[in-house]
Design a protein around this ligand. Structure first.
Ligand code: ZN
Length: 512
């Protein structure tokens, strides 16, 4: 029998795939354009056309090149891209994320367990419709024997026509340049390809040896313990200590703490904020970070982490989530309470005069706020259990989030109680890495670029507690107009009585 199945030329297939790519995965791009230009005007329509042509040109060239290499490799690669496109549009549509370099960093720093948090029935529907059907089409089509010269010439023709169109419409360039970040973040698959390259090239350069900071001088030989609790996605707006109407700080409100008003994060994502807290100079990541610096200079340094995202560290004791779990007791297993496991004994056994302990919380990490606290901390009800946050009504979402704050309140207060028991001069710093959006202006989670980040993502709780014997040694707390992550490094230096050319007294919150 003769095979009647129609064969399609490679060039037509590339164009068909490019058009599928532009129709299926670019809803957010068109939405963004329609919200930012007036499509009733000629210039608006030209802007749309230039972005469309640009996206068409970039994508078709990639596909042409893949087919010129080998059609099987091309089909597999494009299928993988369509699959990743599907995941991208799922997150863009459901969480309003912007795929930029920082967001790729967040994604690459997310472990399997966290990404499992995002699994939801909707995602399966997305995969079926937007990935499986187009991929089925890709493999169903039979191609004519490829004529490489023809395919190459067709590719060149598309490049020439596209460039001419973009060139002729140069009046739209200013608008495109102004919106380049958001447009680029929505052009699939380039948004994640380019930003992954940008992220990994910068991350790799960070892996080169961090430069050492100048050695400090110890101004005293006093015993001192500093505990830094790094919060996660906690916003000051939901702390009763910052004026929130619901009582989310039942325990801390009874502790003798200092609440630093008007505190801002330096970024809206974990990695960058940690850099700001732990580096001496505005988040300069070329140098060793605070824990490594202190440890290298004889401060006994402990890092307990229930989270990720810090730069490489050299400390005396490092325990991550799984090693903390080995020692966990009763209902704190799997929650931030396990950060305190064996900490008291470890501190009591230290022979060092100066001890620095960092506890990196999982805090209020979304979207499953309801899984961040043991059951008895579910004081606000009902709670949202879905990972598709706009499925939940606002109250149940805020309730779940508030419960995670109530639990953080407990963890901090418990740490203070531990410090009282240890009874050596000590200071506790609690500061969140960034805030969180809970649906305000349609935004959820965090990671919005800093220039347009809403205050929900940048207004953070920043709290100090000083032991009585330490309080008697200092003059007081500086009343600054605002506080931020850069205070952490220098305040810790000051508390240990460390001086060096990099110590900035004006960033030290303590008056000595
Ligand atoms: Zn974070």
């Amino acid at each position: 029998m003769e095979n009647k199945q129609k064969l399609i030329s490679t060039s037509s297939f590339v164009i068909a795939l490019t058009i599928i790519n532009l129709i299926v995965y670019h809803f957010s791009l068109y939405l963004y354009i329609s919200q930012n230009v007036d499509l009733g005007t000629l210039n608006g329509l030209l802007s749309l056309s230039v972005v469309f042509v640009l996206a068409f040109f970039l994508t078709s060239i990639l596909f042409f090149i893949l087919f010129l290499i080998n059609s099987v490799i091309a089909k597999i690669s494009i299928s993988i891209l369509f699959f990743i496109n599907t995941l991208s549009i799922y997150f863009i549509n459901n969480y309003k994320i912007i795929i930029d370099r920082a967001m790729i960093g967040n994604i690459l720093n997310t472990n399997f367990e966290e990404s499992y948090d995002f699994l939801h029935f909707d995602l399966i529907v997305y995969i079926l419709i937007f990935a499986i059907i187009p991929i089925f089409f890709i493999f169903k089509v039979n191609l004519k024997k490829i004529s490489r010269i023809k395919v190459f010439l067709h590719g060149v023709l598309i490049v020439i026509i596209s460039i001419l169109w973009i060139y002729v419409n140069s009046s739209t360039w200013i608008w495109i340049d102004k919106h380049a970040k958001n447009l680029g973040a929505n052009i699939m698959p380039w948004s994640y390809i380019i930003n992954t390259i940008r992220y990994t090239s910068i991350a790799n350069s960070e892996f080169r040896n961090q430069k050492l900071l100048p050695n400090p001088i110890f101004e005293n030989d006093n015993k001192m313990l500093v505990v830094l609790i790094i919060g996660e996605s906690a916003r000051s707006q939901n702390f009763s200590l910052y004026g929130y109407k619901k009582n989310t700080n039942p325990l801390l409100s009874k502790q003798n703490i200092v609440v630093l008003k008007n505190s801002k994060s330096c970024s809206t994502y974990t990695t960058k904020s940690l850099e700001c807290m732990l580096s001496h100079d505005s988040g300069n990541d070329e140098y060793e970070v605070l824990p490594s610096y202190l440890s290298r200079n004889g401060v006994d340094t402990i890092w307990h982490s229930n989270n990720w995202g810090q730069a490489s560290l050299k400390v005396d004791t490092y325990q991550d989530r799984s090693s903390l779990e080995n020692d966990c007791i009763n209902n704190q297993c799997g929650y931030d309470g396990s950060l305190l496991n064996k900490l008291e004994t470890r501190i009591n056994n230290s022979t060092s005069k100066k001890i620095f302990a960092v506890l990196h919380q999982k805090g209020s990490h979304g979207p499953k706020y309801s899984e961040r606290y043991p059951e008895e901390f579910e004081v606000f009800k009902p709670v949202c259990k879905s990972v598709v946050l706009n499925d939940c009504n606002k109250d149940s979402l805020v309730n779940a989030y508030n419960n995670s704050i109530v639990y953080t309140d407990y963890v901090i207060s418990n740490t203070i109680d531990m410090l009282k028991k240890i009874a050596i001069p000590s200071m506790l710093i609690y500061v969140s890495d960034h805030g969180e959006s809970l649906g305000e202006s349609g935004l959820y989670l965090h990671g919005t670029p800093m220039i347009i980040a809403p205050k929900e993502q940048t207004d953070i709780p920043f709290i100090l507690w000083l032991s009585d014997d330490y309080k008697s040694k200092i003059k007081g707390i500086k009343n600054l107009k605002s506080y931020n992550h850069f205070n952490v490094f220098h305040t810790t230096m000051g508390a240990f009585g460390l001086n060096s050319e990099i110590y900035l007294k004006n960033l030290d919150i303590l008056e000595k």
